[in-house]
Design a protein around this ligand. Sequence first.
Ligand code: NCD
Length: 457
Amino acid sequence: METQSIFIRHARIIDPSRQLDRVGDLLLGGGEILAAGRLGVDRIPDGAIVINGLGLVASPGFIDLHCHLREPGFEYKETIAAGSRAGAKGGFTTLCCMPNTDPPIDNAAVVDYIRQRARQDSLIRILSIGCVTKGRKGLELAEMEELANAGVVAFSDDGDPVYDANLMRLALTYSSDLGLPISNHCQDRSLSCNGVMAEGSVATHLGLDGIPAAAEEAMIARDIALAESTGGRLHVAHLSTAGSVPLVREAKERGLPVTAEVCPHHLTITDQWVLGGKGEPRASAGSLAYDTATKVYPPLRAQRDVDALIQGLADGVIDCIATDHAPHDITSKQVTYQDAAFGISVLETALGSLLQLVHGKKLSMGALVDRLTNGPAKVLGESYADLASMQPGTAADVVLFDPEEDWTVDTSEFESKGRNTPLEGTKLKGRVVATFSGGNMVYQGPGLRFEESRARV
Ligand code: NCD
């Protein structure tokens, strides 16, 4: 199908893969990026849709290395269709879905099933992550080569760590042959025990079992040692503690094939939010005693952890931002804190939350865009480099966002089936205006301004 040409005028074009950051025009046509730069009105093709990009940022579509689309098996929490709409609304054009599905993604048939569903239902690119162990049970390795041949882009038992060190060592050995990363959910369960939130004064105040930082750091240290001895590619999923950052930094300084991601919530909110007062030191009268929407793996932590993660992201020690979008049904969260499911629905709030870091001058706009596009593309490897490029000839996967638009999070407007976010009712600054996938406009926000088409006769 012919896609209509789209001409975006006067946007701030940021393409971290080419160190490009300047105001210009962008021409999309035939599903590809045709030109970017100071093009001028003469380059507007007949009949093109013309968009006024003044004040907007145009960048490659965001790539999420870590999200839960719940299909097959948990369609009451999320589907590929709803998750892809949520992704498009959040500015994402590529989502990598985790294998904690039912059945889990531990064989080629499930990878094929997801590919088929995505082809039918998804507006954007969906890539699968295969299990490290059969059934995610942690007992024996999955058929990693079969999964690699079927097209998975990484391996993970996410939701659970690969607990057995020898299995992790074997998995890393295979991963070095297959050229794919192992994304490990680093959590030493003998330390986290029955913990439901970060260890600290808030957990003590609420009488909830805490998860110590060492539960994460001990396993990251173990995995780095295993990556060093095997040469396998380790990707550390959702970093959450201040102490995890130097572990990754030192591994990189020693030249080890280690990469890491951090989630928007670990960069922007703390365990104070568990109290139900949206970060206010004390829950205000009438607010909840606690908010189960804050329950997530790894847990929300202290401000010093948040500060260290932001610094690690700004320095490039942490390669990318991944959402860990973990949608849940209402009944999984309308229970006690101990019984609530772990997970936050993130795709639609990610950009708005992250822009706080830019507005607060903690991260440059270029670095933010890099960590949402080029950073994750590099983790995926050379064959995915084009996903983060706005070079002419590459697929027109583009997001257009207004960094200044004020809006209030209203989960009744979510595309995701998961309404489980502690950000409900909070004000954010910055929102996606339009998302293009393969040149098709897959999301059009209220802020999109069209100019009169300049069709010439
Ligand atoms: C994830 C989920 O719901 O699948 N939840 C989460 O809190 N991140 C899996 C996980 O436990 O990591």
